[in-house]
Structures are given as C-alpha cells and as structure tokens.
Design a protein around this ligand. Structure first.
Ligand code: NAD
Length: 707
C-alpha cells in the first residue's frame, strides 16, 4: 500500500493488511495529535475497513514515538472542522468487528478516548495513559469522562480526571483499562489479539455498554460525593476540576448517551472560558520561552555528561538531586568534609522520605545516591562539563571561587552561578573565560520547584546559553532566560509586592486578611506566610548589606522572629507547626510603628489589597520588558506560574493584566502613587504607552513573533 496520496503529500493514516486483520496506522509526527487531517483519515480508513468483508478484525496503532498524545491544541477556540473526534468514535463503535487499540508512549487525552472506544487495548511496557485535559482548563470532550469510569471504576476515574495525572501501563492493566501488555513487538501482539478475538467468535463489550464497575458505586453515592468534595477542596476557584467531577458523577446518574451529551456541553462552555484561555496561554508560553532570538536550532548545546555543584547547603543539595534524578553523575563539593557530608546526609534523608511515601523504589534511591559523589576541594570539578556554584551570597567569595574554577575547569565547561542578587557580569569578569559564565537561578527547594531562570550575562556565548536551556529541560525544569539585573525577573517583581505588603499593614490592613485575599486570588500562600516560610532573616541580611530598610520586617528580625524556623515571624507557629496564627504582639508592634510614623490606621478593603498586591508587580514587569531583561511578556507569566505559584488559570501577571485592561491598571497605579507618595508607583513608560494606545502586553509578543 502506498504511503502517499495522489497529491504526493504523505498520508497521515494508512491501512495495511496482515491476512484478514487490517492495521490502521496513524503517522502524524511529532506526537500523532488528533488534528483534522488525522480525524478525516481515520474516518475514511474505518469506513473502508467496515465495508470490506474480507477484513475480520482491526488494529489501530501509531507510528513514531507515541500513540496519539492528545488533541491539536491549536484548534481550540476556533470553529471545529468535522469530523470531530466524537464523530470518529461513533463510526468506530459502529463496526461489528473486533477493534484493538495498540498503544505506546503517551496515550493522552483524545488518544486515550480513541483507545477507549475500541473493544480491547494492548499497551507497550512504559506506556503512560491519562486524561490531562483539566490542566488546560477543560475536560475530556469525546466521551472520556463516561468511558474511564466504566473502565477503571468511578472513584479511580474521578481522581485521574480531576488531577489530570497519567497512569502507568502496569496500573492500567491492574485497573482494567488495558487488557494486555505486549512484551516484544506491539503491533504483532495486537494482531495476535485481534486474531484470537475473531476466533473466539464473540465481540468483547464496548465500554459504553459495560456498567459492571458502576453498580457498586451507585449504591454508595455518598462516598463518591465525599471523594469529589475532597478532591475539589484543593482546586478552589477553578471551573474545570468541578466540571470534571460533575461529568464523572453523570456517568453514575445518566444513561451513556446523555452523559456524553452533557460532557460535550461542558467542554464547549469551558473551552470558550477565560480560565481555559489562560491555561492554554501558559501551555504555549512555556514552549515559547525556549526560543531565544539569536540562538536558533542550529546552535548545538555543549555536551553535559557530568556536573559539579559547589556549596552543599540548602540550594546545592537540591540542585545535585536534580542531576541524579535524571541519571547525570554529579559531584557535590563544599569546603570541608563535614559540610559536604551534612549536605549529602540531607539528600539521603530526602530520598528515603520519598521512598517511604512510595514515590521511589529502594533501588532507585540507591541508584541516585550512587550518582552523587562528594569532595572537599574544587579540584573535583576539573572533569565536569557544567559547574554550578551555590556558595554564600557574597561577591568576594564568589569571585574568588570563579577565579579558582577558571584555573581548574576543563576547557568549554559551563560555569554557572546560582546567585539571587549579585551581578553575574561581575562574577563572569573574575574569569578569563567570561563567555562560558552565566546564571542558573534555581528556586527553593531546588529539587521540587519547576522554575529555572537562566541568566544571560553580557559576555555569555550563545551556545553556553543554549546549553543551560537544554540542561534545564533535561533536569525537568521550566527554563526562562533573564538578563542581568537586581533580582532578575521573578524576585525583582516580588520586591515590589513586599514593599506594598509592608505598607498595607502599616496603613491598617490586617495581616491575615491580606494573606487571605492573595490566597483567594489563587496563590498557594499570602505574602506574610510565604516570607515566614522562606525566613525573614534572608531579606534582612540583604537589606543590612545594602543599607535599606523594611520597618516591620526589620523589627520582627530584631526581635528574633525569623519566621517558621523560629516558631515566630509575622505569625505564630505553635510547637513547631506550620499553621500560621495571628499574634497580638505583632498587631501591637505594627500599630506602634504606624503611630511612630504618624500614620492613622484605617480599614483597607479587599479590592484595594488585591490591586496593591498585583499592580505594582505588573508595573515592574513593564520596566523589565522595556529594559529587555525578559524577552517577551509570556516569559514573565511562565516565571510567575512555575516559580511563585501564580494560578495558571489566571494566566500569569501579564496575561492577567491584559484581561483587567492596562488602562485601568495605569489609572489605579497613578492613584496609589498619589495616595502613598511613592512616585515609583506611577505607571512605567511602557505600561502608560500601551494603556494610552488601548493595547495589551500580548500585542508585544505578537510583534516579537513576526520579527
Ligand atoms: P547555604 O548557606 O545553605 O549554603 C552555602 C554552602 O556553601 C555552605 O554549605 C557553605 O559551607 C558552602 N560554601 C561557602 N563558601 C564556599 C566555597 N568557597 N567553596 C565551597 N563551598 C562553600 O546557602 P543557600 O541558601 O544554599 O544559598 C546558596 C546560593 O544560592 C546563594 O548564592 C543564594 O543567594 C542562592 N539562592 C538561594 C535560595 C534560597 O532560597 N536559599 C534561592 C535561590 C538562590
């Protein structure tokens, strides 16, 4: 059979025969997304296979690295071109011959929905199967919410669909989603299964007709509802998880076709909504962030087969784990044997805790620990392809270290600093190879937090930058390029929020109420609880070094209140706990400081609190863009979603600002500048200009893309 159509264009769906079994293969790189051409190809191939009497059974498989990994997201929000996936599935289920899905790779979203419409599913080992739609603010829209409960039971389906997390092939087999795991050639095994099913003379029931797993849960609806409530507790404010839970409940309550119809309506409602638009924006923004002007795909990253991390403290340990987690050997170095062993001990404890919770096997722990060697001299970094420095935040210490590294590191090694506040250009100048120096700014805890700011110094070579970005991907981080400035993208914006957080409580806002407003917006924590978690002393030391002040935070530190680590900060943490309690001493301290400053405290409304928590950061972001520190507005969104817990369903600060309207934000900033007497709150030139032109930040991205 030919692989090309009459136009010469490669066909995305082809049919081959093995005796009386038809093998329909989808071949649409890179991930066999179910775009229009694939849907159309499938419809034609299925119709032909149905009509051909010589065909007794059908296998649906995919070429390349994965079975269909989902819908073509670029089609969302546009008018849908028939046939839809739902149409394909109706056609598929109308075939009275055994249809076997042969799945491998990432069988996700529409891919799994297609597979679930087949009579049987066989998976390659290592396949991951799931319905991740909720992560894009939608729900599975081609029957997934009705078929998965029938396949694995409503409770498990509820958990999977609300979380969006995939399952392993082994779990899928145990739970009844797949019928076999193919050892050896997947297609051959699928053909054998099709042949055996034909020989049995019986069509296995389609999931749509199979209610066996629904029966017991129908009898215990209260338990199902409680599980749904529990799952949704952690999804405050979000529409998609609630719609997912409702759809799974429909599988219990409604006949199949009505459940599918309700799912379709919910899909259309969600896909047209603000939240899904925001989440899709973040999905594309994360990918866009990898594109760097002047660093094209032809720029080959350098090879990184071994890493070294210098400084075995809070950050160094976490960074070393990132490498071991993906199989890259890493040497962890500190000044003394004692310091490095302390660091390694914490890593070991971390891994053992994960294993105890079932997140890692004992063999994995040993394998990862085996990749982390230790040393008390930087000579051990001599054969590393990438060296990441995470020593004390002190310019003299860092410069000395980089000068020493310059003498021993192998030629071409990338020398990276994890500094949060120091000038990477100055650090680079301590070496005779400044083109190999850049920043790799991790976030604490480094083995957990997704964000990595890759800091491009003036002298950084393009291929060094490309290497850091590639390493970021390799260690499963979301990497964003930042120019050199105080605080880079994220912390520079955060600093503006911190100033406002100080002001608000001096003016009379209640600490807990401000935190609650920020949490209500969708952040995991408010500014004071977050400062208490990070440790108030960190900022205090930086301010002392710079000769700057923060009235309340300084006073708390002077009183030995460093946050959670001392059991007291902005809040009180009883007996080593993590639950913040209001402390009357702090309320009194704030009132006294306000009085000393001659301020009359007042009630501050929640709207004002929210605006002052967000708009000054947006204003700073406009300066960051104007100065070219961030390459594009969407990079700033990625930084805030992956590094600071900005709710993805609000799309990050730039996307959010556009949804509010820059005109309103500029006007409110002017008001707050007048109210506080802080001229820096006046709209930044870029913000003022865009607001004046009635434009949004997104218009800058569109322009950058067209260049
Ligand atoms: P830390 O104090 O926990 O650890 C620093 C480690 O470096 C210590 O173990 C110390 O013994 C070691 N050290 C000091 N000088 C050294 C030298 N010359 N050679 C080898 N080892 C040396 O500090 P940390 O919190 O891990 O911070 C490290 C760096 O990461 C700083 O630059 C900091 O600004 C940055 N950073 C910290 C955070 C955070 O949240 N803690 C976040 C991002 C970046």
């Amino acid at each position: 059979m030919s692989d090309t159509g009459s136009t010469g264009a490669p066909q995305v769906v082809t049919t081959a025969m093995d005796g009386d079994i038809a093998i329909i293969t989808i071949n649409s790189p890179p991930v066999n997304a179910l775009g229009h051409a694939v849907r159309e190809g499938l419809t034609l191939a299925l119709a032909a296979a149905k009509a051909d009497r010589a065909i007794k059974g059908i296998v649906i498989a995919c070429a390349g690295r994965t079975f269909c990994a989902g819908a073509d997201i670029t089609e969302f929000g546009k008018p849908r071109k028939a046939p839809s996936l739902a149409d394909v599935i109706v056609a598929l289920e109308g075939i009275a011959k055994p249809v076997i899905a042969a799945v491998h790779g990432t069988t996700l979203g529409g891919g799994l929905e297609l597979a679930m419409a087949c009579h049987l599913r066989i998976a390659a080992p290592g396949t991951r199967l799931g319905l991740p739609e909720v992560k894009l603010g939608i729900l599975p829209g081609a029957g997934g919410t009705q078929r998965l409960p029938r396949a694995i039971g409503p409770l498990k389906a509820l958990e999977r669909i609300v979380s969006g997390d995939p399952m392993t092939a082994a779990d899928a087999l145990a739970d009844g989603l797949v019928h076999a795991i193919a050892e050896g050639d997947l297609t051959a095994a699928a053909i054998a299964l099709a042949r055996a099913t034909v020989a049995s003379g019986q069509l296995p029931p389609l999931l749509r007709d199979d209610e066996r797993k629904l029966v017991s849960v129908r009898a215990e609806r209260a338990a199902f509802d409680a599980a749904a409530r529990d799952l949704l507790k952690r999804k405050r404010g979000q529409e998609a998880p609630a719609a997912c839970a409702k759809a799974v409940a429909n599988a219990l309550d409604l006949p199949f076709d009505q459940g599918v119809a309700a799912e379709g309506e919910a899909f259309l409602h969600l896909v047209a909504g603000e939240q899904s638009r925001a989440q899709r924006h973040i999905f594309f923004a994360e990918r866009e962030a990898l594109k760097i002007p002047g660093v094209g795909p032809e720029m080959k990253p350098r090879r990184v087969a071994k890493a070294a991390v210098i400084g075995a403290g809070t950050m160094g340990g976490g960074i070393a784990m990132c490498f071991a987690n993906v199989g890259i050997p890493v040497v962890l170095i500190d000044t003394t044997e004692e310091a490095v062993m302390r660091g390694r001990g914490i890593i070991e404890k971390n891994y053992r805790n994960t294993a105890a919770r079932g997140g890692l096997s004992a063999a994995d722990v040993d394998q990862r620990l085996g990749l982390i060697t230790t040393a008390s001299s930087i000579e051990a970094a001599a054969d590393a392809d990438l060296v990441i420095e995470a020593v004390f935040e002190n310019m003299a210490v860092k410069q000395q270290l980089f000068a020493a590294l310059d003498k021993i590191a192998k030629p071409g090694a990338i020398l990276a600093t994890n500094t949060s506040t120091l000038d990477v250009d100055v650090i680079a100048s301590a070496t005779k190879r400044p083109s190999d120096v850049l920043g790799m700014h991790f976030f604490s805890p480094a083995n957990v937090m997704k964000l990595l700011e890759v800091v491009r110094a003036k002298t950084t070579a393009p291929d060094a930058l490309a290497t850091a970005m590639a390493v970021g991907r390799q260690i499963n981080k979301t990497a964003v390029v930042s120019g050199v400035c105080d605080g880079f993208i994220g912390n520079r914006m955060l600093a503006k929020r911190s100033i406002e957080a100080e002001r608000l409580i001096l003016e009379g806002a209640d600490l807990a109420a401000v935190d609650a407003t920020v949490v209500e917006f969708g952040f995991p924590m408010g500014p004071y609880a977050m400062a208490d978690l990070a440790g108030l002393d960190v900022g205090w030391r930086i301010r002392q070094a710079r000769g700057t002040k923060a009235v309340i935070s300084d006073a708390l530190c002077e009183a030995g209140r460093f946050g959670q680590k001392t059991g007291r900060g902005y809040f009180l943490y009883e007996s080593g706990g993590r639950i913040p309690k209001t402390d009357p001493d702090v309320t009194a301290l704030i009132a006294a400081k306000a009085k000393a400053l001659g301020l009359t405290q007042r009630d501050v409304g929640a709207d004002e609190v929210l605006e002052r928590m967000l708009y000054p950061m947006i204003n700073e972001a406009a300066r960051i863009l104007d100065e070219g520190i961030a390459l594009r507005p969407s990079d700033i969104d990625v930084v805030w979603v992956f590094g600071y817990g900005w709710p993805a369903w609000r799309g990050g600060p730039m996307h959010y600002a556009d949804s509010v309207g820059l005109g309103k934000i500029a006007a409110r900033l002017s008001d707050y500048a007048a109210q506080t007497g802080d001229a820096s709150l006046q709209p930044a030139p870029l913000l003022a200009r865009l607001a004046g032109e009635g434009r949004g930040f997104a218009s800058l991205s569109a322009k950058a893309r067209s260049m």
